[in-house]
Design a protein around this ligand. Structure first.
Ligand SMILES: *[C@@H]1O[C@H](CO)[C@@H](O)[C@H](O)[C@H]1NC(C)=O
Ligand SMILES: *[C@@H]1O[C@H](CO)[C@@H](O)[C@H](O)[C@H]1NC(C)=O
Ligand SMILES: *[C@@H]1O[C@H](CO)[C@@H](O)[C@H](O)[C@H]1NC(C)=O
Length: 387
């Protein structure tokens, strides 16, 4: 470039040096003519450009502008990601009313316009610590993307899971709960509502700190994802602890033949989770007319879901519990209970219906285990539970 300019200047210098005076006087006029021609060309080109922009659009003549439009397209894409990515921080500041309202929003179009790996939401309803956490950590290992975890504990409890734990920062804003009271159902609803905020969660399992999984992740994922029914315990108990707890004040929303009883430890689909979260019809009736000795956590969801979607219910729980010792509470197993014989009994031959067929696998989770049961369970899990 520079050498070219120098050459041109040298050529003009040659002209000046070798030329006569009339030639040097003629030079500015020719330069002026050239300049005028150049300006005219510029003007014509500008006018032509404006017309071409008007009639053929921007892109056709100025393709270099395209990259500057790209960020706009990317921002639109970011907007859909805002809707499909789960919240990065579970500790929001919404109150229950706001949370439930937000969680009740559901897309009308059934087909998702993006790749969606449906996840199981494992929802832990606890007092505080998770003494059996090491078993769960091993259970979840290498299955990222197919599960999410939510923990509802006493508000005063401060979790201190290490950053490497699957339970790290999985606590949701919680409130005090009492067994057998509506605050228990509120906590379950709170867990469901928080889990619904992640559009990828398709199934929702309620667990406690004394629960363990009794099959490996793949078996449990397949069992739940391929089931036509949700696993909610719901049966019509004619006795004093069943129909005996029904109050006629619940009419007309609930009549005696619709009244159901069942264990609170459920597994439900996203559709049923929405029924629970958006319910304003049955909630006030249960809150007012099912108080101890009517234990609302044993009746509200089984009855409400039976009325709204009985065809989607398996009417049985998938959480095994041992009532054989009798009494008001099921057996709690500690270190001395966990033997090979116990494991065989827990997994023993059974028969129940799965997708309208007989199966021997009726339970996927078990309770209740004391913290002392951790060590023997951890040792026996690879042989008996497959993880
Ligand atoms: C309860 O309600 C259902 C649905 O409305 C109805 O079919 C049934 O006959 C009622 N049962 C009684 C005992 O009223
Ligand atoms: C569960 O019970 C309801 C009646 O409460 C019934 O309609 C439904 O078919 C039952 N589900 C299965 C899988 O048997
Ligand atoms: C399921 O198994 C039980 C007990 O093994 C048997 O009584 C029942 O007839 C079987 N039902 C079906 C549908 O095969």
């Amino acid at each position: 470039m520079q050498s070219g300019v120098v050459q041109m200047m040298e050529e003009s210098k040659d002209h000046l040096v070798g030329g006569r005076t009339n030639q040097t006087r003629a030079f500015p006029r020719r330069l002026l003519q050239l300049l005028m021609l150049f300006l005219l060309l510029c003007f014509t080109f500008s006018v032509a450009s404006i017309y071409m922009i008007k009639y053929f659009g921007f892109h056709s003549i100025v393709p270099t502008v395209k990259p500057s439009l790209q960020p706009c397209i990317e921002e639109e894409w970011k907007n859909i990601e805002l809707w499909i990515n789960p919240p990065s921080n579970l500790l929001h500041t919404m109150n229950d009313k706001e949370l439930v309202w937000r969680a009740s929003m559901a897309p009308k179009i059934k087909k998702y316009p993006f790749k969606r790996d449906p996840k199981i939401a494992f929802m832990f309803l606890t007092k505080g610590p998770l003494p059996l956490a090491p078993i769960w950590e091993r259970f979840f290992k290498r299955h990222q993307g197919f599960y999410s975890i939510y923990i509802h504990s006493l508000p005063s409890f401060e979790a201190d899971f290490p950053a490497s734990s699957v339970f790290y920062k999985r606590q949701i804003p919680s409130q005090v709960t009492e067994w057998g009271k509506m605050s228990m159902c509120d906590a379950e609803r709170r867990l469901l509502a928080n889990a619904l905020l992640d559009i990828s969660n398709e199934w929702f399992v309620l667990l406690s700190e004394s629960c363990i999984p009794i099959y490996n992740f793949n078996v449990i994922y397949k069992y739940i994802s391929q089931s036509k029914h949700s696993f909610v315990g719901a049966f019509d108990d004619p006795g004093p602890f069943g129909r005996g707890r029904y109050d006629e004040n619940m009419l007309p929303e609930v009549n005696i033949s619709q009244w159901r009883k069942g264990s609170q430890w459920f597994e439900i689909s996203r559709k049923l989770a929405l029924y629970i979260v958006e319910d304003t019809k049955f909630y006030p009736k249960f809150a007012e007319f099912c108080r101890p000795a009517c234990y609302v956590d044993e009746h509200y969801f089984p009855t409400m879901l039976t009325i709204q979607a009985s065809n989607l219910l398996a009417n049985r729980s998938i959480t095994w519990v041992d009532w054989s010792r009798g009494g008001a509470h099921p057996a709690t197993f500690g270190i001395s209970d966990i033997t090979e014989e116990f494991m065989k009994r827990m997994l023993g031959e059974r028969s129940c219906m799965y997708n309208d067929r007989n199966t021997s696998v009726c339970y996927l989770f078990a309770r209740k285990f004391a913290p002392s049961a951790l060590e023997p369970l951890f040792l026996l899990a690879p042989k008996y539970l497959g993880f």
